[in-house]
Ligand binder design. Structure first.
Ligand code: S3P
Length: 175
């Protein structure tokens, strides 16, 4: 059967990287973190890219990554929170795999990421209401892009991963 990638999308702090890491540790599923990949390629952090080149340049890098992503093995790719906002990115992900949206409430997100400092969009806006607002602006597009939606509030990585694997299998064709 055809091997397909799993693209984890969702708001910052929804659990994408944590879950991709867990799927690797527990099931040996290969994983790739888009932000980390871009940081390595560019030799600088996402925050530096935003500060030095602007957001549009970073968005171009995301699209270039997805267009050229051509691994033969099935990967779990954790995407930056802005990735689905570009329709071209959604088309690329659709072609190459299944899109899983991780969702958490703004208060959960806020509690998870309030002390972190590597997300330029939130650096001077780290409040629950800002998160809620940005999530509202993005939600319809996220939902539209998703093949599968899994909520992550008050759940551990085991529960979330099990649901992802069940739901992606139900969609068929994987591995
Ligand atoms: C962004 C999310 C970040 C990172 C960048 C922009 C966004 O990734 O790509 O700071 O627009 O939501 P995470 O979702 O992994 O935090």
């Amino acid at each position: 059967m055809e091997k397909r990638h799993i693209f984890l999308i969702g708001f910052m702090g929804s659990g994408k990287s944590t879950i991709a890491n867990y799927l690797y540790k527990k099931y040996g599923m290969l994983q790739l973190d888009m932000d980390q990949y871009i940081e390595k390629e560019e030799g600088r952090s996402v925050s530096s890219i935003f500060a030095q080149e602007g957001e549009a340049y970073f968005r171009k890098l995301e699209t270039e990554f997805l267009k050229s992503f051509d691994e033969k093995e099935a990967f779990v790719v954790s995407c930056g929170g802005g990735v689905p906002m570009n329709e071209r990115n959604v088309q690329e992900m659709r072609k190459k795999g299944i899109i899983v949206l991780l969702h958490a409430q703004p208060e959960t997100i806020y509690q998870r990421i309030k002390n972190s400092h590597h997300r330029p969009l939130l650096e001077n806006n780290m409040t629950e209401s800002y998160i809620e607002n940005l999530m509202e602006q993005r939600w319809a597009v996220y939902e539209q892009a998703a093949d599968v939606i899994v909520t992550t509030d008050h759940r551990n990585a085991e529960e979330i991963s099990t649901e992802i694997l069940e739901k992606t299998k139900m969609q068929g064709e994987r591995v």
